[in-house]
Design a protein around this ligand. Sequence first.
Ligand SMILES: Nc1nc2c(c(=O)[nH]1)N=C([C@H](O)[C@H](O)COP(=O)(O)OP(=O)(O)OP(=O)(O)O)CN2
Ligand code: ZN
Length: 134
Amino acid sequence: MFTITKEVYFCYGHRLMNHSGKCRHLHGHSVKAAISVAQDQLNDQGMVCDFADIKQCVEGYINEYLDHNFLLHKNDPIVPVLIENKERFLALDEHPTAEVISKMIYQYLKKSGFNVVEVVLWETASAYASYKES
Ligand SMILES: Nc1nc2c(c(=O)[nH]1)N=C([C@H](O)[C@H](O)COP(=O)(O)OP(=O)(O)OP(=O)(O)O)CN2
Ligand SMILES: [Zn+2]
């Protein structure tokens, strides 16, 4: 089994509504997502796939939904205020944690045909979450 990993960087604002500490306040992160794709056999270029193909696919998704966006739980009371002020945001069924965001990226790549094995989301320099399926 061969595995490759491509890193992409982006920013978002969010808050964790049920958090008991500082993360319940509106704040933002400049994050890194490390996307791992695997294949048993290499293609005729000697690759699992081109790093650039992963980047092109995931950057379209990130730019549309995540980068410089505000990620909120759908029940966050600030949602009506953002609507009223015509501000950009993405309302999620789940809390916008690093775990949930790594799963969103994983599922998009899978749906796009990549044999993604893991997405690791570094939310800060010292904290990351990952998503993979068995
Ligand atoms: N399991 C999770 N825990 C936390 C998440 C998360 O997504 N999953 N998110 C946060 C905050 O949004 C933010 O990421 C703060 O993280 P934290 O490492 O606690 O904050 P600091 O960078 O300030 O860490 P220090 O080591 O205290 O400087 C919180 N928890
Ligand atoms: Zn945060």
